[in-house]
Design a protein around this ligand. Structure first.
Ligand SMILES: [Mg+2]
Length: 124
């Protein structure tokens, strides 16, 4: 089956720099997913017995989440994505999570949601 002329003509119109930034984000999201998989299989404080460099699964996930944040920063710094929209989505997710999670501490919601969550976690 051949493509129509319109389909053959369409391309994503990303610049090489945008493509690279999105590739970095995709790669880092995959690495974070892999770290979560290790935690779900072996626990937060487990580590790779073959490559024992002192890194726990927890520290590997922390590193990969930092890498994801860095990739997002690259995208917002270049104005590929809007930081305000991301922040709004983050706040909305926290608020929505209050209703649809079963095991998470209740927090008062934004603003101050993070502080409330920290206080709640400290009590647990
Ligand atoms: Mg990484």
């Amino acid at each position: 089956m051949s493509e129509s002329p319109e389909m053959a003509k369409f391309f994503h119109n990303l610049t090489p720099a945008q493509h690279e930034r999105l590739s970095i984000l995709l790669e880092e999201l995959g690495e974070a997913a892999q770290a979560i998989g290790k935690i779900l299989r072996h626990g937060l404080d487990s580590h790779n017995p073959v490559i024992d460099d002192g890194s726990s699964n927890r520290s590997m996930l922390e590193k990969e989440i930092g890498d994801v944040f860095a990739a997002v920063s690259m995208l917002t710094a270049a104005s590929d994505l809007d930081r305000g929209s991301i922040e709004s989505a983050r706040r909305w997710k926290i608020e929505k999570s209050q209703r649809w999670t079963h095991h998470q501490p209740r927090i008062s919601g934004p603003p101050g949601a993070e502080e409330a969550l920290r206080e709640e976690n400290a009590r647990l």
